[in-house]
Design a protein around this ligand. Structure first.
Ligand SMILES: Nc1ncnc2c1ncn2[C@@H]1O[C@H](COP(=O)(O)OP(=O)(O)OP(=O)(O)O)[C@@H](O)[C@H]1O
Ligand SMILES: [Mg+2]
Length: 232
């Protein structure tokens, strides 16, 4: 077994029932994600990028095929193990940030701490450390409605990083942002990757941003096609 492989997808398919019959979204996805990889997935709207990300993140189940995390096949019947994996090893960032409006910035960030075994002092410290890293310390007590779109997305990133996951799954994290803020978010991912070796898989529609990652895949007609990153 290659110890550097974090996740491996073997012949993953996903079919949704639809009024017109079965909708075959993923038709045989093979992907090997190594520790520290910076991957981007591109493709037009509706091809199945979110579906694929949700399957990698164990939020959704493939119709067929197998997924291996750290060399071990995912067992969908073992809910407890799946939950632990999702909570401790994977950080999710969605296009819509899903911050809790009634909570302040710091409360949103430390949310994952509430379901961990950490002491309160430790998770406050960790939350503040992340805020500092993202240049957001002075907004600690703000509610999300007072933040800009880019700042909200940073809070969502801090929350996803809270338990120091091995893998960050980001589904169009910059979709609602102007190019400058989008670039800033992607640079944060690159820094996290460099500082902590965190593996990044990001979906984007923006080719300029995609090119900042090491491996670019196009999702087309249910298959992943590796593209040459000519900027390297
Ligand atoms: N739960 C579901 N039930 C039935 N069909 C679904 C379901 N989820 C997604 N689909 C369909 O699967 C296809 C792929 O959807 P998906 O959200 O993965 O696309 P996407 O590539 O992320 O698109 P976008 O770029 O617009 O976010 C779409 O045709 C969608 O309508
Ligand atoms: Mg999507």
């Amino acid at each position: 077994m290659n110890k550097n492989i974090l996740v491996e997808l073997k012949n993953i398919t996903k079919t949704y029932p639809s009024p017109q019959g079965e909708l075959e979204v993923l038709r045989g996805i093979n992907l090997r994600v190594e520790k520290g990889d910076k991957i981007t997935i591109v493709g037009p709207s509706g091809v199945g990028k979110t579906t694929l990300l949700n399957i990698i993140g164990t939020l959704d189940k493939p119709t067929s095929g197998d997924i291996y995390f750290f060399g071990e096949k995912l067992d969908y019947k073992n809910e407890e193990k799946l939950l632990k994996l999702r909570k401790e090893k994977i950080g999710f960032i969605f296009q819509l940030h899903y911050l809790i409006p009634e909570f302040t910035v710091i409360e949103n960030i430390i949310l994952p701490g509430l379901v961990s075994y950490w002491k309160k002092e430790r998770y406050l410290e960790r939350g503040r450390e992340l805020l500092k890293k993202l240049n957001l310390s002075e907004k600690e007590k703000y509610k999300p409605y007072k933040l800009s779109g880019g700042e909200r997305q940073k809070v969502a990133i801090a929350r996803a990083l809270f338990l120091n996951p091995d893998l960050i799954l980001a589904d169009e994290p910059t979709g609602n942002l102007d190019f400058q803020s989008a670039k800033e978010i992607v640079n944060i991912f690159l820094n996290i990757n460099q500082d902590f070796g965190t593996t990044i898989i990001m979906v984007t529609h923006n080719w300029e941003l995609a090119k900042k990652m090491d491996k670019i895949f196009l999702l087309k007609e249910g298959f992943l096609i590796k593209l040459e990153n000519t900027s390297r």
